[in-house]
Design a protein around this ligand. Structure first.
Ligand SMILES: [Zn+2]
Length: 234
């Protein structure tokens, strides 16, 4: 009996040895079963334990894979976070560099227009608006003139402001009823700087707007063309 069972036990030993289990323990178990004449049960039990071992091994693999996947996901998240930070400034909406000095208006006298109102040609663009209409800085910059008498340019302008922008560009706002900034004030494009009026040599309530190449009278360029070249149509 035990002689007949030996080959089966040996096969089990070989199988288990192949599975990487300790041969000593398996041999002992196989012998014990064989001695009692229950060798048939031995392979089943051993196979079961081998399966358990294999399963444990597989689970360990799965656990390792899950761990690796989690690590990968974390890494991916980190990469995404880094990408997000890198992309953000590009995606952020840029504020417009130039805007209209008043929101609602009727265009009246335009640049270079002749007439009895001006000793020379008209030096700016007029926007007809009711007295008290918010006047906004057309671009970001620093206030270099602000006050009556055209801020120093002459009484014809009434209360006026001149803002210095980058690249040797200045903007001027005249005939104001109220000035809300001071010389040295930093302003943003679209920031309210005054209320429109009818001060100085003015034919009626309106904003007189100039773009200049210096802070002073006499250096004006076509403001409508300037705004248009900066993406603003009036
Ligand atoms: Zn004007």
């Amino acid at each position: 009996m035990s002689k007949r069972m030996n080959p089966a036990a040996r096969v089990t030993v070989v199988a288990l040895a192949a599975a990487g289990l300790g041969a000593t323990m398996v041999t002992g178990a196989g012998s014990a079963f064989a001695a009692e004449g229950k060798a048939v049960a031995a392979p089943v039990a051993v196979t079961a334990s081998a399966a358990v071992a294999a399963q444990a091994d597989a689970q360990a693999h799965v656990a390792a894979q899950v761990k690796a996947a989690a690590a990968k996901a974390t890494a991916a998240k980190k990469v995404a976070a880094v990408k997000k930070v890198t992309v953000k400034p590009v995606a952020a909406k840029k504020a417009p560099a130039w805007v209209k000095p008043v929101s609602a208006y009727t265009l009246s006298a335009s640049y270079n227009q002749g007439g009895a109102m001006w000793a020379h040609k008209h030096s700016g663009q007029d926007f007809a608006v009711p007295v008290g209409t918010p006047v906004k800085a057309a671009g970001a910059g620093t206030v270099v003139k602000a006050g009556p008498n055209g801020g120093g340019d002459g009484p014809a302008y009434g209360n006026a402001i001149v803002v210095k922008h980058a690249n040797g560009t200045y903007s001027q706002y005249a005939h104001l009823s109220k000035i809300k900034v001071h010389i040295g004030s930093k302003v943003m494009a679209g920031q309210q700087i005054a209320l429109s009026g009818n001060t100085g040599n003015s034919s009626g309530p309106h904003l007189h707007f100039e773009i200049r190449t210096t802070p002073n009278y006499g250096s004006a360029v076509n403001p409508a063309a300037f705004l248009r070249s900066h993406g603003v149509s009036i």
